[in-house]
Design a protein around this ligand. Structure first.
Ligand SMILES: Cc1ncc(COP(=O)(O)O)c(C=O)c1O
Length: 432
């Protein structure tokens, strides 16, 4: 018997609440309690001093992260936004330098570049991975390009082999923004560790979290030292440390506290199982949704694994002939939550459209530090823009807390909507 869509007054498929996402357990509570009872919530000192690198939990968490991700240095910061700012400064970006960045990211990937008065150059995404398209990167390189910000979006690494080869050919630095993909693998290495510097967000929404926070990873001793300096008031410290390269040695307080680092240590132990659980959930959905028409399920590169921060889906709207918004509404009415109706294109934000960042007079674009006028006009990233407007539908599932039964209900909701799309279209045409 045909089931009426909940959008049109029928019974929704999902009529119970799924378990609320919470990765904090008794271990984190104990870890935080121990620090609180010690009374030392942060041991950093912003001077050339034994505590310049922080207290025991900061150092222990950093050592644990370095071992886990297989890198020489891990450096904690109080957010991944801070981490990105430190990374751009540490690789030696100068005012007016151009840095390539994809439009599909969180705005901090681009504003971290602007922060050093450098110029973000938005470059289109790959049609399958939604990460930077190496061909677009190559096409956007100018004599002023100094770095690539490779964003590992939705849970999967960018094509680092291709990007690192381009960087080598053109003498560019590479920064990995792996905020959304901790624990994903690329050619046997953790995503985020193949670049000159990379790292992860520890904000509440991520696979593992400490409320707020970030972890920088690098194998480069000089970059590591510059990151540590920018994190902790560089300008006041360089002299004592005998640092002679003063470029970008403007420091901040980007220090992460002892409580967060103590909790981070227990969270890191859970990362592998959380990622595995998300992968199992995504595999289950893949199987259950495989025979639905005009739905492209997540693509995973060969020799890579996906950590499923999002479950990214593409719709063939031309074929389905129902607007994406209507499909999303129908799924939501069936009780599917966490749907993203498109993904933001950062170049279309007012800051870039109006070229107003620092002050009101268009700095840095209006100043003579810019070598040329970079365009942010609609049309510069056709794949990202078309997907945003029509095809992309993300699904934030926080999968490690969903049971198989929950996932089966979600799949049933998709099936119900898909089987009723023609009917929905006809109803909408009559109502129009
Ligand atoms: C791709 C990306 N970059 C940067 C950030 C910023 O991280 P944070 O919130 O830790 O500052 C995020 C956070 O959502 C992100 O998803």
């Amino acid at each position: 018997m045909k089931q009426e869509l909940a959008l049109l007054g029928g019974q929704p498929i999902i009529n119970r609440k799924f378990k609320t996402y919470n990765s904090i357990g008794i271990e984190e509570i104990e870890a935080a309690k121990e620090v609180i009872e010690s009374g030392v919530l942060s041991q950093f000192i912003g001077a050339h001093h034994a505590d310049f690198l922080g207290g025991p939990k900061v150092k222990a968490f950093e050592a644990q992260c370095a071992e886990y991700f297989g890198v020489k240095h891990a450096i904690t910061v109080n957010s991944w936004t801070s981490g990105l700012i430190a990374a751009v400064g540490a690789v030696g970006i100068e005012p007016g330098d151009e840095v390539i960045v994809p439009p599909w990211t969180m705005c901090a990937s681009a504003t971290a570049i602007l922060h050093w008065n450098a110029i973000p150059v938005f470059t289109d995404i790959d049609t399958k991975t939604f990460c930077l398209d190496p061909k677009s990167v190559e096409a956007n390189i100018t004599p002023y390009t100094k770095a690539i910000m490779a964003v590992d979006i939705f849970g999967q690494s960018a094509d680092m082999q291709a990007l690192m080869a381009i960087a080598k050919k053109h003498g560019l630095k590479v920064i990995s923004d792996t905020a959304q993909s901790p624990g994903a693998m690329y050619q046997g290495q953790y995503a985020g560790t193949l670049a000159d510097v990379g790292g992860f967000s520890l904000n509440y929404h991520k696979h593992i979290h400490t409320g707020e926070g970030g972890i920088l990873v690098t194998n480069d001793d000089k970059i590591a030292q510059r990151l540590q300096l920018i994190r902790n008031h560089a300008e006041a410290v360089v002299e004592g440390m005998g640092v002679s390269d003063l470029s970008n040695m403007v420091g901040y307080n980007f220090r992460l506290g002892e409580i967060e680092c103590a909790m981070g240590m227990t969270q890191l132990k859970k990362l592998e199982s959380f990622v595995k659980r998300r992968q199992q959930g995504a595999d289950r959905l893949n199987q259950k949704l495989a025979n639905l028409d005009s739905l492209t399920l997540p693509y995973v590169m060969t020799a890579a694994t996906h950590a499923y921060y999002m479950y990214p889906i593409l719709l063939n709207i031309e074929y389905l002939q129902v607007p994406r918004e209507r499909i999303v509404q129908a799924l939501q009415a069936e009780g599917v939550t966490g749907l993203a109706n498109g993904y933001q294109n950062v170049h279309l934000l007012p800051m870039f459209q109006k070229k107003i960042a620092y002050g009101s007079r268009g700095f840095p674009w209006s100043s003579d530090i810019c070598h040329r006028q970079v365009s942010y006009a609609k049309g510069i990233c056709p794949v990202a823009e078309q997907y945003h407007d029509r095809s992309y539908m993300g699904f934030a599932m926080c999968l490690h807390d969903l049971s198989d039964a929950d996932i089966d209900l979600i799949a049933q909701a998709f099936h119900k909507v898909w089987h009723n799309l023609q009917y929905l279209k006809e109803k909408d045409m009559v109502a129009a």
